[in-house]
Design a protein around this ligand. Structure first.
Ligand SMILES: [Zn+2]
Ligand SMILES: [Zn+2]
Length: 254
């Protein structure tokens, strides 16, 4: 049962930072269209989010990864063991991420569950690499990556998704950088990391920096996410009518 035509249905499976601030799960967004279901990032807690929300991991066709930090991709390790031994997945799965995504996944999987990458998989697993500002069509979904500023061993990206005539963008993790403007320009929804309330935190963004740029970005709606404790404590001071505060379990139609 897919979302209706001309819409994307977003379920926030995890909107926390890397450290469990506020008891939130790590980054993972589930998107459903009339044609497909995909994930944006797959933090280590992704399967916990699926179980809480009653969603089916086997129905996900593509997993897009913004950058190669554990709170955004480590869930692939558990995901693929679960697919093999519990969900007994046979449908193909495509993982799309930064350069070397496959090698980083395999290194993580072998560190955590030795031997887990050597099994004969029930499902076809393929990896595709993103290239800066090059649109990539994966089935009915077009993704365009914009490079951001967040050292993680491979180029980190903000991702702009187009499907069903809608635009859903995601900053990934980054300090404020100008590429965030085209990445989310006039998006129907822009999911923006907002680690701190004010100042210029290293490798992350503050609400102040976002607020200064909202008019230029001109997204219809913005969801702020990946909040550390000091930001969580002040999140209700954000009263701009364009802005939605992320919560685990929140469902939005885009
Ligand atoms: Zn993160
Ligand atoms: Zn990160």
């Amino acid at each position: 049962m897919h979302a209706k035509r001309g819409a994307m249905k977003l379920t926030v499976l995890g909107c926390g930072d890397a450290f469990g601030s506020g008891g939130r799960l790590q980054t993972c967004y589930h998107v459903e269209t009339a044609a497909t279901r995909f994930l944006i990032d797959c933090g280590a807690t992704a399967l916990i989010g699926f179980n809480r929300c009653g969603l089916d991991p086997n129905a996900v066709e593509t997993i897009f990864i913004s950058h190669l930090h554990g709170d955004h991709f480590a869930g692939l390790v558990w995901w693929l063991i679960h697919a093999q031994h519990v969900a007994k997945r046979t449908a193909p799965l495509t993982v799309v991420g930064p350069q070397d995504v496959r090698a980083r996944f395999e290194a993580a999987a072998e560190a955590l569950f030795p031997g887990s990458t050597g099994v004969a998989r029930r499902c076809d697993l393929s990896f595709l690499e993103l290239a800066r500002e090059k649109p990539l069509d994966v089935g009915s979904v077009r993704v365009t990556p914009f490079e951001v500023v967040h050292p993680s061993g491979a180029p980190p990206y903000a991702l702009r998704f187009e499907a069903e005539g809608k635009v859903l963008s995601f900053t990934g993790d980054t300090e404020w950088t100008e590429s965030l403007v085209p990445a989310g320009h006039r998006a129907d929804l822009y999911i923006m990391e907002c680690y701190m309330f004010d100042g210029a935190p290293r490798v992350h963004t503050s609400w102040q920096a976002i607020a200064r740029n909202l008019d230029r970005i001109a997204a219809k709606r913005v969801m702020i996410t990946h909040m550390a404790e000091p930001m969580l404590a002040r999140r209700h001071e954000v009263t701009d009518p364009r802005v939605v505060l992320a919560e685990d379990g929140l469902v939005l139609e885009v």
